[in-house]
Design a protein around this ligand. Structure first.
Ligand SMILES: [Zn+2]
Length: 485
């Protein structure tokens, strides 16, 4: 089988680097930051002075930013989440078990798609699995093998890739929140830039105030899994847990329930997509890659190589080689170097591309979250300067971090309202003071919440997680007899 070059590099070279970056952002001694083990009692006392997201955002010294800190719910949260390894459902977590059981019962997971073989610690695909896969037929729509983004199985939306708007750079940063990001987020604010942030669950749990800043600054937050592994190599339950606990920590920390995710290394197939869709998550890949994660000194590529990767994307725009659409670029909030690299390149990007926008604007998504009180600007609004979403709390107005907050999960195909990430969602036309769905519904005398979402929310349950799969179940059962389940 032929692997996509980027993916080959990823799994051959990245194992050690990923291990380092996902465990605690850039908290490695060579960065001059403090390791967990190296903290003195004085430092422990000092970290307690950080008590909210505004305090954290005001720090300018990266070594201070990367001090560990306690927050009111930190102990309570610990028992409710997996550790730093591959996620599984936590013992006694009845909410997660219930959601998982409903996804399984719904029949959305295609049982013809096998788990792929893994290299060490699931940071790559085994040669045996790669070689034995029929990439000509590509029955699993396995991106790592073929770049496939249009599922071969029913009831799963296609992956989102290039930004459809011409002359437009879709701005995305993976692997955050990073403890050293204040200067970078300050820069984005100064430049009036919003981005789509793909956060790693363990980072959100360790760095909740930094995650809150992402929302408060007007970025949109998506899931980037709990432990950053090759997802196609994990069991069904592990795939579920990697996504579910990342959604849950983002909800507990920021109050929003995300509807989008990006697979680490792009490693996704129809089995993984289906489980994500069951959780209400749309799969987002990228159209262009900078390989910035591999920049020296943490990685193997020189700064000039990463510069030229950026330049080749810019050249495609200036040479009219983008077929009338924009780009969705993979860049990282991984180290000070990856963040600095974007800042260095931005003037050139801005010169070549008329618009630099988050994916919400690219795809006219006004409601990236289940909670419809948050309203993001559509493309036309964003490029006319209305870049700030409505309903987002300010840095000093963030809600308390909650353990086990109520989280409504609506499967992807049931998200039929306006302006969502879902493939079943209707296009947004505006994000005026009331939500577009609310506005049209008010005009027709109905509630702005879609019937399916309403059903999901109204279903009272002994659990704080509510879940509705009934309306999806019938069509799935009907197609089961016709397909290869
Ligand atoms: Zn990543």
């Amino acid at each position: 089988m032929k692997l996509i070059p980027g993916a080959v590099i990823s799994y051959v070279v990245l194992a050690a680097a990923v291990d380092a970056h996902i465990s605690r952002g850039s908290l490695s001694p060579q960065d001059g930051h403090y390791s967990k083990q190296g903290m003195s009692e004085y430092q422990y006392r000092r970290r307690a002075t950080i008590s909210n997201a505004a305090d954290m955002a005001s720090l300018t010294d990266p070594s201070q930013e990367c001090q560990e800190y306690n927050y009111p719910s930190s102990k309570a949260l610990s028992g409710k989440y997996p550790g730093y390894g591959i996620a599984n459902i936590v013992d006694g977590d009845d909410q997660a078990s219930k959601v998982w059981s409903e996804i399984q019962k719904s029949g959305i997971i295609p049982n013809s798609v096998q788990k792929k073989g893994a290299t060490s610690h699931h940071y790559g695909i085994s040669d045996q699995s790669s070689n034995s896969y029929d990439s000509d037929k590509d029955p699993d729509c396995w991106w790592t093998a073929t770049g496939c983004t249009k599922p071969k199985h029913d009831n799963i939306g296609s992956d989102l890739t290039a930004c459809p708007e011409p002359n437009t750079w879709g701005l995305t940063f993976d692997d955050g929140p990073n403890c050293t990001h204040n200067a970078f987020y300050d820069y984005l604010s100064q430049q009036k830039l919003k981005a789509t942030m793909f956060y790693i669950g363990t980072n959100v749990k360790d760095l909740p105030y930094q995650a809150q800043r992402g929302l408060a600054d007007g970025h949109d937050i998506c899931v980037h899994t709990w432990s950053h592994r090759y997802m196609t190599t994990l069991t069904d339950e592990q795939v579920f847990a990697e996504l579910y606990y990342t959604m849950r920590i983002i909800k507990d920390v920021t109050g929003v329930t995300t509807r989008c995710w990006r697979p680490p290394f792009g490693d996704v197939d129809d089995r993984v997509r289906a489980i994500a869709a069951g959780l209400g998550l749309r799969t987002i890949i990228w159209s262009h890659d900078t390989d910035d994660w591999n920049i020296t000194p943490d990685g193997d590529l020189s700064t000039s190589k990463i510069d030229s990767n950026y330049q080749s994307i810019i050249d495609k725009q200036t040479q009219n080689k983008l077929d009338g659409h924009g780009v969705n670029v993979l860049t990282h909030e991984l180290t000070l170097n990856t963040m600095g690299e974007f800042q260095k390149e931005f003037p050139k990007i801005k010169k070549a591309f008329a618009n630099v926008v988050p994916l919400t604007a690219c795809f006219n998504v006004t409601q990236p979250y289940v909670e419809d009180s948050y309203q993001y600007p559509i493309f036309s609004e964003y490029i006319s300067g209305n870049v700030q979403p409505r309903g987002v709390p300010s840095l000093d107005g963030m809600p308390e971090i909650q353990v086990g907050s109520e989280m409504t999960i609506v499967p992807e195909k049931q998200q039929t309202g306006q302006g969502g990430f879902s493939s079943a969602s209707k296009p947004a036309t505006s994000s005026d003071s009331t939500s577009s769905s609310e506005a049209s519904a008010l005009a027709s005398g109905k509630s702005g919440v879609s019937a399916d979402e309403k059903e999901a929310r109204n279903k009272s349950s002994a659990y704080t997680v509510t879940y509705s799969f009934l309306s999806l179940l019938v069509p799935i059962l009907m197609t089961l007899t016709l397909t290869d389940f």
